[in-house]
Every structure is written in C-alpha cells, then in structure tokens.
Design a protein around this ligand. Sequence first.
Ligand code: GUN
Ligand code: FE
Length: 480
Amino acid sequence: VTTIFYGPIINPISLTSYSALPRCLLAVDALGNVDWIVEDVAPYELQSTLAAKGKPDANVVDLKDGEFIIPGFIDTHTHAPQVPNMGTGGQYQLLDWLQTLTFPMEAKFEDIKFARSTYASVVKRTVNAGTTTCCYYGTLHLEATKILADIVHSLGQRAFVGKCNMNRESPSYYVEPSVDSSVNATRDLIAHIRALSQSSAAADQEPLVQPIITPRFAISCTDDLLMELGSLVSEDPSLRIQTHISENLSEIDFTLSLFPSASTYAGVYDSFGLLRSNTILAHAVHLSEDEIDLIKARGSGISHCPTSNFNLSSGVAPIGHYLDKGLKVGLGTDVAGGFNISILNAIQNASVAAKVCSFQARDSSTLQPAQQEFANKALSIPTLLYLATAGGAAVCGLENQVGSFAPGKSFDALLVSVREEAGNGGLWGLAGSLSSDVSEDERKKLLEGWLERFLFCGDDRNISRVYVQGRFIGGKAFRS
Ligand code: GUN
Ligand code: FE
C-alpha cells in the first residue's frame, strides 16, 4: 500500500535553509519510507503526474488549506520518570534539585504498577506533542525501564531508551549497589530491547526502539563503572551513549574534585572511551574551548536544553558558537529540568537563549570572522527548524533515516493544522490562505508564515497527525 500526500510540505535542507513546497506530491511506500517526491505539481497536473509514476488510481491524501507536513520533532534528551515533577522545582539549582525532588520521584519507579501507568501516559503525551524520535532516560530500575521500552514499542514511537547507571553520590534509597549489578542490568536491558524489535524491523533499517548506554553523569559513576561502560560500547560500537555535561558551575567543580586526574569535564568521559561519534551530551552550558575542540574531534553531539538551562538557573549555552565550531547540535526538553514536554517550547526557548547570548556579546575573538556565522546572533527560523529535526537526527546517528524527507528515508512526519478549528486562535487566518489565486512566490511566503507562527505560538492542538515509519500513531486526529 502506498500513501500519497498532496499539499504544502516543509523540508529542512541545512542549518541555513529549508524548502517550502506549497504544492508537493510525496509518496510513502509499504515499509513506511519515502518513495518519491515531486516538488511542484499544479492541480491540473495531478492526474498525469500520478499516471507517470504508475499510480493512476492512487488514493491521494489532499491537505486542506491551512494544513502542511513537516518532519517529526526529535527530542535528544528527556527523563520519562520526571514527568510527574514537571512544572515544579524552579527555585533550585541542579544538585539541590536532584536531591530534593528528582531522586525521590525516580525512586518511586521501583513500583512497576506506578511505572506502567505513568510511562503509558508520558509516552502518549510525548507522541502527541509531535516527538517522533525521543531519547529517554529511565530510572536506575531494570524492570521499570523495560516497561518504558515496551510501551514505546507498542505505541510505535522511534526512541532510544536507557537505564541510568548510578552507583554513588545519591541517597541510599536510590543508588545501585555495585558496578556488577549496574552493568548486568544494562546488558539485560540491551537484550530485552533488541528482542522487542527483532520481528518488526526491516532488514536494511535500524529498529524503531534501541537501547542507549546512560551513565547519569560523571558524579553518579565510579571510575570502575565508567570503565566497564566504556568497554561495553567498544565491544558494540553501534550502541549510543547519553549523559550530562557541564550543566551547572557547582556540578563542574564537584566533578573535577571526584576525578583529580582529569583536567576537564569532557576529559573525564573521554578518558573512559565514552566520548564517541554516537555520544549525546546534554546541556554543555559551560564548555571550555579545549573541551569544544575535544568534542568536535570525537564527533559527539550536543543536546541543547534551553528551557531547563533557564529553569534551573544553569546558564545560557552558546549554541551559535558551537555551530560555528561545527559541533552537531539538536534540541532537548530535559523534562523535568525543563517544564514542557514539547519540542516547540524548546524551539521557542532556543530562540530566546540565542538572543540572551547575543546581548552578552560573547568574546569570540579566537575565531576567524568567516567562522562566525551563528555566534552572537539570533537563530533564524531555518536554523531552529533544523535543530529540531535534521540536527537532532545527526546527534542520534539517524541522519540517513529521519530528520528530513528524501527517497529512502523513513516517513516520520507531522501533519500540522493552523486552521481555525485547531482551536488556538486561527493562526492561519492571520497568515492568509493558499487557496486564493496567488503567485508561486507568494504561496511560499504564506507557507513560511504558517511555519513561523506554528513554531512560536503553536501547540499540540495544531498537531493533527503524527507518523512514524509511515504509521499513523498519534496527534489530535488520532485521539478523536
Ligand atoms: N544531571 C544528572 N542528572 C540530571 C537530571 O536528571 N536532570 C538534569 N537536568 N541534569 C542532571
Ligand atoms: Fe537531563
């Protein structure tokens, strides 16, 4: 079965550009991959184009005026068990916040009934918010994290699911007893998740749900544990790694005191073989130039979590500078450091963060002027869109599979509606109608206006349909 969509499509191209295609024809094959794309088809050309593609009688999904398709959002960093705490704790900074609110909540996931009901609602909400690929931290519990992976698998979201490794510097009620138990549980989770997808993955593609190695952060892990995790990933280089780095100044000081032989925070991870091209580093608010160079050399990616960085008073990550340096960057919600489950909110705060950063007039005198394309400036709409989609895909090592539309890539997509009936004020009414008789240039401008309004004042009411690997799995139309 092939599904063919006809209507406006937004396709990210690079950090500085995207295509706005008001009359695009896009076909999805039976495996859920994009089959072909014809970028500009006038209504009177529709039948002949379908015939030329060998699909004269195809059933075409005709988008309504005020609807458009974009690649699904990629959340490169969130904590599923912290969702019940979302919206609280903004009076704390990181280390106090962990002790006071976060560890007590995560400890509750020892109760698998609580885990099952909480995770079912968390994953549904995340899908309905338009997140088609999600990097989830679970808790330290093996059983609860298996349940999280099971739920993600059954709902059809694309995700990386990790069990926190943490064997020190947390309260006695919430810490792993030994290196062995931590590593064995990690191996058990890897086997469980890989068995889940055995039956369903197409041979040439990575499965939808994958395990990810999750040393919570250096403070939580002894040298021995980090060393064991380093050897685990060297045995199996396809394994992704996710962790936190340089989020908060007190955290950095404490980290360096725990690892006296390392000269930097990034150096700690690197010394255990944990800085790899498939490592996702969350926050990176306070990196030194040496650390930036090291991360660049290793090819690791940054998960920019601006909402959390504001909320926990961590600071403002100089994302424009990282982009100038050529680091891979995606966006993360970091719930419940962040107070919103939606990548739309991360986009909005990434925009604000870049402006705050530009006010501080960061000293980038070490850079050649030609390298300063992004630092000390607002991030443009193409850049924000890219970070939320293709940039996140690169951070996850999925750049050939998701993040934009191209033949052979997975159809992970959102059908967005800015129509009046979406119920949040008729963003479309303000941005104008495509159906009126306008030039091609004006059509593109209108579509760009819809996208901009959606990114800055849209919410899950505007996300009608969510597709992962061609499958309709969520959104407003799925619920009703
Ligand atoms: N560092 C270690 N654990 C956490 C966490 O749960 N959230 C955030 N934001 N930072 C962390
Ligand atoms: Fe986090």
